[in-house]
Design a binder for this molecule. Sequence first.
Ligand code: SAH
Length: 363
Amino acid sequence: MEALRVLELYSGIGGMHQALRESCVPAQVVAAVDVNTVANEVYKYNFPHTPLLAKTIEGITLEEFDRLSFNMILMSPPCQPFTRIGLQGDMTDPRTNSFLYILDILPRLQKLPKYILLENVKGFEVSSTRDLLIQTIGNCGFQYQEFLLSPTSVLMEFPQTESEHPQKHAIDAEKKIEEKKIEPNICFDSSTQCSGKEAILFKLETAGEIDRKHQQDSDLSVRMLRDFLEDDIDMNSYFLPPKSLLRYALLLDIVKPTSRRSTCFTKGYGRYMEGTGSVLQAAEDVQIETIYKSLTNLSQEEKITRLLMLQLRFFTPKEIANLLGFPPEFGFPEKTTVKQRYRLLGNSLNVQVVAQLIKILCE
Ligand code: SAH
């Protein structure tokens, strides 16, 4: 197979590029596009040879797109307009503008790409933006598949739900009208096959099923968090401050190195305590129930002393990258702060999940 020429839109720290590599599909990223300078520094650090356009997508003309002569698009449009907890501005959210621009450009390209992979959050699949996407690629003659998935359901071994995207929504579109084979290691709980040549829709587990699975810790096929932890870190910089311990003790999602699950890590991780991602109990032998039960009627100082015994710490950015399936050699430039790293990772994706999707797409 001739190497694909890939256009990576909304490239961020390069989760899509990383996934493309992991998929082993022969390909070359001919251009990556993102406006975020901090993300772009991380991208360049990891993919120094890839042409990176540090500009808005709306600033790229049809002619410029044509000149890139790509045959695959990988993209992760901003997800805030579609998150269930957000305002769901959908098409009216200005952050969707660049994507509408892409949909406008697509049919006018000199040569349509052969493959498109789009990744977004749960919520996208019910948006009008998604309907417009389906309509546009349908008119262009693409065949497509949609997936609603979670790392534990696809890979069986990854303990974490994806960054800000507890359940991901992805669309594989292919300019090809033949039946698709599905990877045998991906199990489809329910599938809907639409009649006609253009659409095959698949759904991977219902939201309820995924949520239930994440509350459990008993699925032994999922790897323990221990496997994703760094060995030599300065723990002191990651311990939760005593003030937070006191205030948020009961709201934290606490996991141990032997746990096989965590909540998703969002971009506020390390800064905000509630609902932004699990924290790790480094003192494994301490019984958390005993600590919590003993807290009543204690003075604040005594409470803090007890809670400190758990040695609760944040996961490091590198550990989150590991959980997202980034390879060991993935790194950050030194000047990227820890907070920035959390933010960027919170926007990224599970590399191994997307690698599987790319394989399905190009099969
Ligand atoms: N998949 C990426 C993250 C995508 S998050 C990763 O692995 O890191 C969405 C990205 O789109 C952000 O990095 C944001 O800076 C970028 N972005 C948002 N609007 C844009 C626009 N109009 N033009 C170019 N990039 C944009």
